[in-house]
Design a protein around this ligand. Structure first.
Ligand code: EPU
Length: 337
């Protein structure tokens, strides 16, 4: 276990914001976590539970306790119809994807290279290229903050939807995740229909990609669009794609016939926020040291030395511009503290 006061969070947020927290605690086992939870005092409050800090915007020093899981490792359970892989919440997500793909256990390929850790995958329902964590999550184990008790949730308990879960709503700040079990398949069913995956593969003359080829293609696509946080601080998509009524979509489609959209159901459409932000003229532009990525307008970047407040200021300016041009509200996907 690690416990430090007045601790720098620079290494713990991919935006590269240089702030501190009053106390930082890292646990390596369930027992350590239970011990921490039972000894938390009023002086330690408020608590902020972080993963890899890849979906986090810190707007100033955190006057409270930051808790981070360093539970590592994974166990494999083979079943008749697949493989259950139980992973420590502090494992790096993409290490698990790589391990699974290399072992011939399928389902995670399209989620390659998403930054962050296992625990966050179950809170955030991370997703990319037509696959979401909820398609793979079998069970979530956690410690209840109020009691220190161990709890287990099935996939359906967590009420997953697009970038949402009960952990972000009714269960917010009530549990700390310790393990996530994913169910993978031994049969490979490549999902190539999203965006430019198929055309990118065809460029390389690949029609039926192996899982490793698919993973590598996803990695290439991500690297071509998304900035490397080690080079330019960012938190991936900053905003969620709004889901609007079909009537609203139809009204806009009359004006913008090239507007991309995804049908959700007979009454709703999802409109890419990145496209709207680009239409507002923000792509590649900056406000102070906070910028909009020049290859993907959904991503806000730290142009160097940005404060969290500067990035927040850019965020609120963009939200207002999108509202004024499209009359649509967009919301941050990133956790702002
Ligand atoms: N678009 C633009 N301009 C832009 C960005 C996008 O016109 O600057 C258009 C694209 O041309 C495309 C559509 O918007 O027609 C969607 O773009 P893209 O496929 O790049 O995906 P996205 O909707 O912007 C979502 C996820 C990403 C994920 C990709 C691929 C959210 C909030 N983001 O982005 O997830 O990698 O799809 O599946 O749902 C993340 O959450 O951090 C993340 C990177």
């Amino acid at each position: 276990m690690k416990e430090e006061n007045n601790y720098s969070l620079l290494r713990h947020n991919t935006f590269g914001i240089d702030v501190t927290c009053s106390k930082f605690i890292e646990f390596e086992s369930v027992e350590e976590l239970q011990n921490i939870v039972c000894n938390i005092s009023e002086n330690d409050m408020p608590l902020l539970i972080i993963g890899g800090g890849s979906n986090l915007l810190l707007t100033g020093d955190y006057r409270g306790t930051v808790i981070h899981s360093a539970i590592k490792g994974h166990e494999i359970l083979q079943t008749d119809d697949g493989v259950l892989i139980r992973c420590g919440s502090g494992e790096v997500w993409d290490d698990i994807v790589l391990f699974s793909v290399c072992n011939g256990w399928y389902g995670m390929e399209n989620l390659s290279l998403i930054p962050g850790e296992v625990g966050a995958s179950a809170i955030q329902n991370i997703g990319a290229y037509g696959v979401e964590a909820k398609d793979l999550i079998y069970k979530v184990e956690a410690v209840e903050l109020a009691t220190g008790n161990l709890v287990e949730f099935s996939n359906s308990d967590c009420l997953y939807s697009y970038r949402q879960s009960k952990f972000k709503k009714e269960w917010r700040d009530k549990y700390i995740i310790t393990y996530v079990t994913y169910k993978l398949s031994k049969n490979y069913t490549p999902r190539l229909n999203y965006g430019n995956i198929r055309s990118k593969l065809l460029e390389m003359g690949i029609v039926k990609p192996s899982a490793v080829q698919l993973r590598n293609t996803i990695i290439d696509i991500r690297n071509s669009k998304l900035p490397d946080p080690k080079v330019e601080g960012n938190a991936g998509s900053f905003f969620m794609n709004p889901i609007v009524l079909t009537s609203k979509y139809e009204e806009l489609a009359k004006k913008y016939d090239e507007m991309p959209h995804y049908k959700i159901d007979s009454e709703h459409e999802k409109i890419p926020a990145g496209w709207m932000i680009e239409q507002c003229g923000w792509k590649g532009k900056s406000l102070g040291n906070a910028g909009v990525h020049d290859k993907q307008a959904l991503v806000l970047v730290n142009k160097g030395g940005a404060t969290g407040k500067e990035i927040l200021n850019l965020c609120t300016t963009i939200i207002a511009d999108v509202k004024s041009k499209f009359d649509i509200d967009i919301y941050p996907e990133v956790n702002i503290k």
